[in-house]
Design a protein around this ligand. Structure first.
Ligand code: ISE
Length: 333
C-alpha cells in the first residue's frame, strides 16, 4: 500500500525532497505540500504531482490522507512541527537540526517519550552516503585496527546572507557531529572552536577549525569553510592503526586533457549527496511499513544539539568545553 506523504516547507530542501519522493521512492505518493509562501507550495506541488499546495502546515499534519510527514521548514520550526506530528501519531522525517538548542530539542524527546514509541527520523542523510557507510564497515571489519583520528573537511561555495558563526556550528558542523558519532560509534566528550584568519569574502567567522575529543580518546577535526567560493567540497579521512580510509569530494568523472586533470565539483550538497538523500528517503518509507525505525533517531538529533550548544559556547569563550549528556532513555537503547 502506498503511503501518503505531506511535506512542510517548499524551499530548497522541501522541493528537493518532493522531487525525490515523486520520482525515486517506491511505496509513497505526495498528498500535500505546505509553505509560508503558498504560491511556492503550489508550484512545487504542480511540478511533483502532489494533490495540493497550501499554506497550512497543521492542516497537512492532521490530514487523514497524510500517513507520514517530511519537515523541511526553517530550523527554528522543526521542533514544534515534529511535536505536532508525534501528537497526531504520524511518522516524521525531520530535516537536521532537530532544533537550534538542546533545550528546544528536549521537548521533542519528551513528546516521543509520552507517545511511548519512536516516530521520528532525523534527516542526517550522510549516514546513508555510500562513502561514509563503507568507511564505517571497513573500520568495523577490524582489518585496520582501531580508529585514532578523523579529519573532516566541510566547504560550501557560499553561505546564505542570514548565516552567522553560530549557524555555521548549529546548521553545518552538526553534520560532522552526527557522522563522527556514527562512523566511530563514540560520543563526543569535548569541543574547542578555533577561528582562522577571516576570509574577506565572509560575513562571519569563516573558516573555523572545530576539534572534538571522543570518549574513546580519538580526535575529530573539522575544517568548516562556508564561503570557499570554488564549489561544494566534503571530505573525510579516517586514521586507523594500520591504515587510513579516505573518500573523495566528488562523484564525477576525472577528465585529463591539455596537461591538467579536472573533476567537476557539485555547486551544493544536493547533487553531492543525491544518492544519500534517495537511500535515506526510501529507507524512511520502508521503515514505516516494517515498523522498524532506521537512521538517526530523535535522540541522535538531541545529542547533536547538546554538542552544538557546547560548540557555540566554545565559539564565544575560545575555551575547550566539556560536553555533558542527559541519560539516554530506554526508548532509544
Ligand atoms: C545545509 O543546511 C546542509 O545541510 C548542507 O549539507 C551543509 O553542507 C550546509 O553547510 C548546510 O547549510
Amino acid at each position: 500500500m502506498s503511503i501518503g506523504v505531506g511535506i512542510i516547507g517548499a524551499g530548497i530542501m522541501g522541493a528537493d525532497h518532493a522531487r525525490i519522493i515523486s520520482r525515486s521512492v517506491a511505496g509513497a505518493h505526495l498528498v500535500a505540500i505546505s509553505d509560508a509562501d503558498e504560491a511556492r507550495a503550489r508550484a512545487v506541488a504542480q511540478e511533483t504531482g502532489a494533490t495540493r499546495g497550501v499554506n497550512d502546515p497543521m492542516g497537512v499534519i492532521n490530514d487523514p490522507e497524510v500517513g507520514a510527514v517530511l519537515i523541511a521548514s526553517p530550523d527554528s520550526t522543526h521542533a514544534d512541527f515534529t511535536i505536532a506530528c508525534i501528537k497526531a501519531g504520524k511518522p516524521v522525517l525531520c530535516e537536521k537540526p532537530l532544533a537550534p538548542t538542546a533545550a528546544e530539542g528536549m521537548r521533542v524527546i519528551e513528546a516521543e517519550l509520552s507517545a511511548g514509541k519512536r516516530l521520528v527520523q532525523l534527516g542526517f542523510m550522510r549516514r546513508f552516503d555510500p562513502g561514509y557507510m563503507e568507511m564505517k564497515s571497513l573500520l568495523e571489519s577490524g582489518r585496520y585496527g582501531e580508529a585514532l583520528a578523523f579529519h573532516c573537511i566541510h566547504r560550501n561555495a557560499t553561505a546564505p546572507s542570514h548565516f552567522d558563526s553560530v549557524a555555521a556550528i548549529v546548521n553545518s558542523c552538526v553534520h560532522e557531529v552526527d557522522i563522527s558519532r556514527f562512523v566511530l560509534s563514540a560520543e563526543l566528550s569535548s569541543v574547542c572552536v578555533f577561528k582562522a584568519k577571516r576570509s574577506k569574502l565572509a560575513h562571519f567567522d569563516d573558516p573555523m577549525l572545530v576539534v572534538f575529543e571522543t570518549d574513546k580518546g580519538q580526535l575529530v577535526d573539522v575544517e568548516l569553510f562556508l564561503n570557499a567560493q570554488y564549489g561544494y567540497d566534503v571530505k573525510g579521512e579516517l586514521i586507523c592503526e594500520t591504515g587510513t580510509m579516505t573518500f573523495g569530494p566528488t562523484i564525477n568523472t576525472e577528465i585529463r586533457s591539455a596537461g591538467v586533470t579536472a573533476t567537476a565539483l557539485a555547486p551544493d550538497w544536493r547533487p553531492r549527496f543525491a544518492a544519500a538523500y534517495r537511500i535515506q528517503n526510501q529507507a524512511w518509507i520502508d521503515s514505516i511499513s516494517t515498523g522498524r525505525p532506521v537512521g538517526s533517531s530523535a535522540w541522535d538529533g538531541f545529542v547533536a544539539t547538546t554538542v552544538t550548544d557546547a560548540g557555540v559556547k566554545s565559539l564565544k569563550t575560545g575555551e575547550t568545553v566539556a560536553i555533558a549528556y542527559e541519560k539516554r532513555p530506554a526508548l532509544y537503547t
